[in-house]
Design a protein. Structure first.
Length: 72
């Protein structure tokens, strides 16, 4: 992954995730905070970073692919 993508995650994607409504997920997110050891929390955060970056890139590619189909 490029340094830019890691910066983008830290500066843009992660803050968006932190501010997203947690309706219906409060218990699960609370369990992640309270039950994980420091090693597992680090592994979880790296996994979240990887997944969020690739989900963001998928959104860009999908939007780009759909742009010829959208009316102007």
């Amino acid at each position: 992954m490029t340094d830019f993508m890691k910066w983008l995650y830290t500066a843009y994607i992660k803050p968006q995730l932190d501010e997203a409504p947690q309706d219906g997920y409060e218990m699960w997110l609370s369990l992640m905070d309270s039950l994980l050891t420091a090693e597992l929390r680090e592994a979880y955060n790296k996994n979240l970073e990887f997944t969020a970056i690739h989900a963001f890139l998928l959104g860009l590619r999908t939007g780009e692919g759909l742009s010829p189909l959208t009316p102007r």
